[in-house]
Design a protein around this ligand. Structure first.
Ligand code: GRG
Length: 314
Protein backbone atom coordinates (compact mmCIF):
# COMPACT_ATOMS: atom_id res chain seq x y z
CA UNK A 1 0.00 0.00 0.00
CA UNK A 2 3.03 2.30 0.19
CA UNK A 3 2.39 3.75 -3.27
CA UNK A 4 -1.19 4.66 -2.38
CA UNK A 5 -1.90 8.08 -1.04
CA UNK A 6 -5.28 8.58 0.55
CA UNK A 7 -7.18 11.44 -0.87
CA UNK A 8 -7.79 13.11 2.47
CA UNK A 9 -10.89 15.15 3.10
CA UNK A 10 -12.02 16.67 6.41
CA UNK A 11 -13.92 13.42 6.94
CA UNK A 12 -10.93 11.18 6.27
CA UNK A 13 -10.07 8.97 3.32
CA UNK A 14 -12.73 8.17 0.74
CA UNK A 15 -14.38 4.85 1.52
CA UNK A 16 -13.00 2.11 -0.66
CA UNK A 17 -9.45 3.40 -0.72
CA UNK A 18 -7.45 6.21 -2.26
CA UNK A 19 -5.79 6.75 -5.61
CA UNK A 20 -2.05 6.64 -6.21
CA UNK A 21 -0.37 10.00 -5.53
CA UNK A 22 0.01 10.85 -9.23
CA UNK A 23 -3.78 10.64 -9.67
CA UNK A 24 -4.69 11.83 -6.18
CA UNK A 25 -3.58 15.36 -7.11
CA UNK A 26 -6.26 15.37 -9.84
CA UNK A 27 -8.90 13.99 -7.46
CA UNK A 28 -8.11 16.84 -5.05
CA UNK A 29 -8.68 19.38 -7.81
CA UNK A 30 -12.09 17.81 -8.39
CA UNK A 31 -12.84 17.98 -4.66
CA UNK A 32 -11.91 21.64 -4.67
CA UNK A 33 -14.07 22.47 -7.67
CA UNK A 34 -17.35 20.53 -7.26
CA UNK A 35 -19.05 22.80 -4.72
CA UNK A 36 -18.23 25.88 -6.82
CA UNK A 37 -20.26 24.50 -9.70
CA UNK A 38 -23.59 24.03 -7.93
CA UNK A 39 -25.88 26.33 -5.99
CA UNK A 40 -24.94 26.99 -2.37
CA UNK A 41 -26.88 25.05 0.30
CA UNK A 42 -27.96 28.45 1.66
CA UNK A 43 -29.85 29.27 -1.53
CA UNK A 44 -33.53 28.49 -2.03
CA UNK A 45 -34.79 25.75 -2.36
CA UNK A 46 -32.51 24.98 0.59
CA UNK A 47 -33.41 21.31 1.06
CA UNK A 48 -32.68 20.45 -2.57
CA UNK A 49 -29.46 22.44 -2.57
CA UNK A 50 -28.36 20.90 0.71
CA UNK A 51 -29.05 17.46 -0.76
CA UNK A 52 -27.17 18.13 -4.03
CA UNK A 53 -24.26 19.47 -2.01
CA UNK A 54 -24.35 16.46 0.34
CA UNK A 55 -24.44 13.96 -2.53
CA UNK A 56 -21.84 15.63 -4.71
CA UNK A 57 -19.22 16.59 -2.15
CA UNK A 58 -19.30 13.45 -0.02
CA UNK A 59 -15.94 11.67 -0.14
CA UNK A 60 -15.74 9.53 -3.27
CA UNK A 61 -12.72 8.32 -5.20
CA UNK A 62 -13.42 10.69 -8.16
CA UNK A 63 -12.13 8.04 -10.54
CA UNK A 64 -14.37 9.08 -13.45
CA UNK A 65 -13.39 12.78 -13.42
CA UNK A 66 -9.76 11.76 -12.94
CA UNK A 67 -10.11 9.68 -16.11
CA UNK A 68 -11.50 12.70 -17.97
CA UNK A 69 -8.61 14.85 -16.75
CA UNK A 70 -5.90 12.30 -17.53
CA UNK A 71 -7.22 11.82 -21.06
CA UNK A 72 -7.65 15.58 -21.54
CA UNK A 73 -4.11 16.23 -20.31
CA UNK A 74 -2.80 13.52 -22.64
CA UNK A 75 -4.29 15.28 -25.68
CA UNK A 76 -3.28 18.77 -24.54
CA UNK A 77 -6.75 20.00 -23.51
CA UNK A 78 -6.85 23.16 -21.38
CA UNK A 79 -6.83 22.15 -17.70
CA UNK A 80 -9.69 24.36 -16.44
CA UNK A 81 -12.34 23.24 -18.92
CA UNK A 82 -11.32 19.62 -18.67
CA UNK A 83 -11.66 19.79 -14.88
CA UNK A 84 -15.20 21.11 -15.31
CA UNK A 85 -16.04 18.35 -17.77
CA UNK A 86 -14.81 15.83 -15.23
CA UNK A 87 -17.01 17.49 -12.60
CA UNK A 88 -19.98 17.19 -14.97
CA UNK A 89 -19.31 13.45 -15.20
CA UNK A 90 -19.09 13.26 -11.39
CA UNK A 91 -22.51 14.96 -11.18
CA UNK A 92 -24.01 12.24 -13.37
CA UNK A 93 -22.33 9.63 -11.15
CA UNK A 94 -23.71 11.28 -7.99
CA UNK A 95 -27.18 11.38 -9.57
CA UNK A 96 -26.96 7.68 -10.41
CA UNK A 97 -25.89 6.82 -6.85
CA UNK A 98 -28.85 8.71 -5.35
CA UNK A 99 -31.25 6.85 -7.65
CA UNK A 100 -29.56 3.47 -7.20
CA UNK A 101 -29.81 3.78 -3.40
CA UNK A 102 -33.56 4.54 -3.34
CA UNK A 103 -35.92 2.04 -1.68
CA UNK A 104 -37.37 1.22 -5.12
CA UNK A 105 -33.93 0.13 -6.29
CA UNK A 106 -31.19 -1.07 -3.87
CA UNK A 107 -32.76 0.36 -0.70
CA UNK A 108 -29.31 1.24 0.61
CA UNK A 109 -28.65 2.88 3.96
CA UNK A 110 -25.01 3.84 3.71
CA UNK A 111 -23.03 5.52 0.93
CA UNK A 112 -19.54 6.98 1.16
CA UNK A 113 -19.62 6.46 4.89
CA UNK A 114 -22.79 8.51 5.36
CA UNK A 115 -26.53 8.00 5.38
CA UNK A 116 -27.86 7.74 1.82
CA UNK A 117 -29.46 10.89 0.43
CA UNK A 118 -33.07 9.67 0.75
CA UNK A 119 -32.47 8.63 4.37
CA UNK A 120 -31.03 12.02 5.19
CA UNK A 121 -33.45 14.23 3.23
CA UNK A 122 -36.43 12.02 2.29
CA UNK A 123 -37.24 10.39 -1.03
CA UNK A 124 -38.97 13.45 -2.47
CA UNK A 125 -35.92 15.67 -1.98
CA UNK A 126 -33.56 12.88 -3.09
CA UNK A 127 -35.36 12.59 -6.42
CA UNK A 128 -35.29 16.34 -6.98
CA UNK A 129 -31.62 16.49 -6.06
CA UNK A 130 -30.81 13.67 -8.50
CA UNK A 131 -32.50 15.50 -11.36
CA UNK A 132 -30.95 18.80 -10.32
CA UNK A 133 -27.49 17.23 -10.58
CA UNK A 134 -28.27 15.64 -13.93
CA UNK A 135 -29.58 18.94 -15.25
CA UNK A 136 -26.57 20.87 -13.98
CA UNK A 137 -24.26 18.34 -15.54
CA UNK A 138 -25.62 19.07 -19.01
CA UNK A 139 -25.62 22.83 -18.60
CA UNK A 140 -22.02 22.60 -17.43
CA UNK A 141 -20.98 20.50 -20.44
CA UNK A 142 -22.58 23.01 -22.81
CA UNK A 143 -21.02 26.05 -21.07
CA UNK A 144 -17.62 24.40 -20.98
CA UNK A 145 -17.62 22.93 -24.46
CA UNK A 146 -18.54 26.26 -26.01
CA UNK A 147 -15.28 27.68 -24.69
CA UNK A 148 -13.15 24.90 -26.21
CA UNK A 149 -11.45 25.50 -29.50
CA UNK A 150 -11.84 22.01 -30.86
CA UNK A 151 -11.74 21.63 -34.65
CA UNK A 152 -13.26 18.17 -34.65
CA UNK A 153 -15.96 18.30 -31.98
CA UNK A 154 -18.70 20.76 -31.10
CA UNK A 155 -20.62 21.04 -27.83
CA UNK A 156 -23.35 18.93 -29.44
CA UNK A 157 -20.86 16.03 -29.75
CA UNK A 158 -20.00 16.17 -26.06
CA UNK A 159 -23.66 16.39 -25.06
CA UNK A 160 -24.52 13.55 -27.40
CA UNK A 161 -21.84 11.22 -25.98
CA UNK A 162 -22.87 11.98 -22.39
CA UNK A 163 -26.58 11.56 -23.01
CA UNK A 164 -25.99 8.30 -24.92
CA UNK A 165 -24.04 7.00 -21.92
CA UNK A 166 -26.94 7.74 -19.58
CA UNK A 167 -29.84 6.61 -21.76
CA UNK A 168 -31.59 3.32 -22.30
CA UNK A 169 -28.51 2.04 -24.13
CA UNK A 170 -26.33 3.17 -21.22
CA UNK A 171 -26.73 3.49 -17.43
CA UNK A 172 -30.52 3.40 -17.53
CA UNK A 173 -30.53 0.30 -19.78
CA UNK A 174 -28.01 -1.51 -17.60
CA UNK A 175 -29.88 -0.64 -14.42
CA UNK A 176 -33.21 -1.74 -15.92
CA UNK A 177 -31.84 -5.15 -16.90
CA UNK A 178 -30.13 -5.45 -13.53
CA UNK A 179 -33.44 -4.89 -11.75
CA UNK A 180 -35.27 -7.29 -14.08
CA UNK A 181 -32.56 -9.94 -13.70
CA UNK A 182 -32.73 -10.13 -9.92
CA UNK A 183 -35.19 -12.98 -10.01
CA UNK A 184 -33.56 -14.77 -12.94
CA UNK A 185 -30.48 -16.84 -13.53
CA UNK A 186 -28.04 -14.80 -15.57
CA UNK A 187 -25.23 -16.02 -17.76
CA UNK A 188 -21.88 -14.28 -18.14
CA UNK A 189 -22.89 -12.64 -21.43
CA UNK A 190 -25.93 -10.99 -19.86
CA UNK A 191 -24.03 -9.95 -16.76
CA UNK A 192 -21.42 -8.33 -18.96
CA UNK A 193 -24.13 -6.50 -20.86
CA UNK A 194 -25.68 -5.20 -17.63
CA UNK A 195 -22.44 -3.94 -16.16
CA UNK A 196 -20.84 -2.62 -19.29
CA UNK A 197 -23.96 -0.42 -19.49
CA UNK A 198 -24.71 0.29 -15.84
CA UNK A 199 -21.11 1.06 -14.91
CA UNK A 200 -18.96 0.95 -18.05
CA UNK A 201 -20.93 3.52 -20.06
CA UNK A 202 -20.03 6.40 -17.73
CA UNK A 203 -16.34 5.42 -17.75
CA UNK A 204 -16.50 5.53 -21.55
CA UNK A 205 -18.16 8.96 -21.55
CA UNK A 206 -15.63 10.21 -18.99
CA UNK A 207 -12.73 9.22 -21.24
CA UNK A 208 -14.41 10.45 -24.41
CA UNK A 209 -15.19 13.89 -23.00
CA UNK A 210 -11.51 14.31 -22.10
CA UNK A 211 -10.44 13.19 -25.58
CA UNK A 212 -12.89 15.51 -27.30
CA UNK A 213 -11.79 18.42 -25.12
CA UNK A 214 -8.25 17.74 -26.38
CA UNK A 215 -9.45 17.54 -30.00
CA UNK A 216 -8.17 13.96 -30.26
CA UNK A 217 -8.14 12.34 -33.68
CA UNK A 218 -11.06 9.95 -34.26
CA UNK A 219 -8.80 6.89 -34.13
CA UNK A 220 -7.33 8.07 -30.80
CA UNK A 221 -10.85 8.63 -29.49
CA UNK A 222 -11.58 5.00 -30.36
CA UNK A 223 -8.52 3.88 -28.40
CA UNK A 224 -9.81 5.79 -25.35
CA UNK A 225 -13.27 4.24 -25.76
CA UNK A 226 -11.82 0.72 -25.86
CA UNK A 227 -9.63 1.37 -22.85
CA UNK A 228 -12.48 2.84 -20.79
CA UNK A 229 -14.85 0.01 -21.72
CA UNK A 230 -12.53 -2.66 -20.34
CA UNK A 231 -11.56 -0.52 -17.37
CA UNK A 232 -15.21 0.12 -16.45
CA UNK A 233 -16.11 -3.55 -16.53
CA UNK A 234 -13.04 -4.48 -14.47
CA UNK A 235 -13.99 -1.77 -11.98
CA UNK A 236 -17.49 -3.26 -11.63
CA UNK A 237 -15.95 -6.67 -10.91
CA UNK A 238 -13.92 -5.02 -8.12
CA UNK A 239 -17.15 -3.54 -6.79
CA UNK A 240 -18.67 -7.04 -6.73
CA UNK A 241 -15.59 -8.39 -4.94
CA UNK A 242 -15.72 -5.60 -2.36
CA UNK A 243 -19.42 -6.26 -1.76
CA UNK A 244 -18.63 -9.74 -0.46
CA UNK A 245 -15.10 -9.33 0.87
CA UNK A 246 -14.93 -5.89 2.46
CA UNK A 247 -16.65 -4.34 5.48
CA UNK A 248 -18.87 -1.24 5.43
CA UNK A 249 -16.04 0.55 7.28
CA UNK A 250 -13.75 -0.18 4.36
CA UNK A 251 -16.15 0.64 1.53
CA UNK A 252 -18.41 3.23 3.15
CA UNK A 253 -21.48 1.38 1.91
CA UNK A 254 -23.67 -1.50 2.97
CA UNK A 255 -22.04 -4.88 2.47
CA UNK A 256 -23.94 -7.83 1.05
CA UNK A 257 -26.02 -5.43 -1.05
CA UNK A 258 -25.73 -7.95 -3.90
CA UNK A 259 -27.12 -10.83 -1.80
CA UNK A 260 -29.54 -12.91 -3.86
CA UNK A 261 -28.25 -11.25 -7.04
CA UNK A 262 -26.10 -12.82 -9.72
CA UNK A 263 -22.75 -11.07 -9.82
CA UNK A 264 -19.35 -11.84 -11.32
CA UNK A 265 -18.45 -13.32 -7.94
CA UNK A 266 -21.47 -15.63 -7.70
CA UNK A 267 -20.91 -16.73 -11.29
CA UNK A 268 -17.12 -17.15 -11.28
CA UNK A 269 -16.14 -17.31 -7.61
CA UNK A 270 -13.71 -14.88 -5.96
CA UNK A 271 -10.62 -16.12 -7.80
CA UNK A 272 -12.43 -16.36 -11.12
CA UNK A 273 -13.68 -12.78 -10.72
CA UNK A 274 -10.17 -11.56 -9.86
CA UNK A 275 -8.81 -13.35 -12.95
CA UNK A 276 -11.44 -11.83 -15.21
CA UNK A 277 -10.75 -8.34 -13.82
CA UNK A 278 -7.02 -8.86 -14.46
CA UNK A 279 -7.72 -10.03 -18.02
CA UNK A 280 -9.91 -7.03 -18.77
CA UNK A 281 -7.26 -4.69 -17.37
CA UNK A 282 -4.71 -6.45 -19.58
CA UNK A 283 -6.92 -5.76 -22.63
CA UNK A 284 -7.34 -2.16 -21.49
CA UNK A 285 -3.59 -1.61 -21.21
CA UNK A 286 -2.87 -3.44 -24.50
CA UNK A 287 -5.34 -1.21 -26.30
CA UNK A 288 -3.20 1.82 -25.35
CA UNK A 289 -0.26 0.69 -27.52
CA UNK A 290 -0.98 3.19 -30.35
CA UNK A 291 -0.70 6.06 -27.86
CA UNK A 292 2.76 4.99 -26.68
CA UNK A 293 4.30 6.56 -23.59
CA UNK A 294 1.93 9.48 -23.42
CA UNK A 295 -0.73 7.08 -22.06
CA UNK A 296 1.30 6.33 -18.91
CA UNK A 297 -1.26 7.92 -16.55
CA UNK A 298 -3.98 5.72 -18.04
CA UNK A 299 -1.80 2.71 -17.25
CA UNK A 300 -1.62 4.04 -13.68
CA UNK A 301 -5.43 4.11 -13.50
CA UNK A 302 -5.55 0.49 -14.71
CA UNK A 303 -2.88 -0.33 -12.10
CA UNK A 304 -5.00 1.24 -9.38
CA UNK A 305 -8.02 -0.87 -10.33
CA UNK A 306 -5.78 -3.95 -10.51
CA UNK A 307 -4.56 -3.27 -6.97
CA UNK A 308 -8.16 -2.96 -5.71
CA UNK A 309 -9.05 -6.32 -7.32
CA UNK A 310 -5.99 -7.96 -5.78
CA UNK A 311 -6.36 -6.43 -2.34
CA UNK A 312 -10.13 -6.81 -1.94
CA UNK A 313 -10.63 -8.76 1.24
CA UNK A 314 -6.88 -9.31 1.74
C1 GRG B 1 -30.27 8.94 -14.76
C2 GRG B 1 -27.79 9.05 -14.26
C3 GRG B 1 -29.04 8.27 -14.30
C4 GRG B 1 -29.00 6.96 -13.92
C5 GRG B 1 -30.19 6.09 -13.80
C6 GRG B 1 -29.77 4.35 -11.22
C7 GRG B 1 -29.14 4.15 -12.55
C8 GRG B 1 -29.84 4.60 -13.79
C9 GRG B 1 -27.97 3.52 -12.70
C10 GRG B 1 -27.14 3.04 -11.57
C11 GRG B 1 -25.70 3.12 -11.94
C12 GRG B 1 -24.80 2.73 -10.80
C13 GRG B 1 -24.99 3.37 -9.49
C14 GRG B 1 -23.84 1.82 -11.02
C15 GRG B 1 -22.88 1.40 -9.96
C16 GRG B 1 -21.51 1.83 -10.35
C17 GRG B 1 -20.51 1.72 -9.24
C18 GRG B 1 -19.52 0.62 -9.33
C19 GRG B 1 -20.52 2.62 -8.24
C20 GRG B 1 -19.47 2.78 -7.23
O1 GRG B 1 -18.50 3.66 -7.82
P1 GRG B 1 -17.24 4.16 -7.01
O2 GRG B 1 -16.60 3.03 -6.30
O3 GRG B 1 -17.94 5.10 -5.93
O4 GRG B 1 -16.41 4.96 -7.94
P2 GRG B 1 -17.38 6.42 -5.26
O5 GRG B 1 -18.24 6.58 -4.04
O6 GRG B 1 -15.91 6.24 -4.94
O7 GRG B 1 -17.60 7.52 -6.25
Amino acid sequence: MSDLEFNLTPEGPPPGGGLPASLGRLARQVDGRLAQLIASPQERPRQVHRATHYALTSPGKRLRPVLTMVVGEMFGAPAGPVLDLGCAVEMVHACSLILDDLPAMDDAHLRRGRRTVHREFGEDVALLAAFALLNRSFSLVVETAQGLKSRRYGSDDLVHHLSAAIGSDGLIGGQALDLEGRSERLDLERLEYIHSHKTGALFIAAGELGAMAGDAKRRDLEVVTRFAKNLGLAFQICDDLLDVLATPQETGKDSGQDEGKQTFVTLLGVEGARTLAAELLGFAVDSLAPLGRKAEALRDIAGFVRSVARQAGA
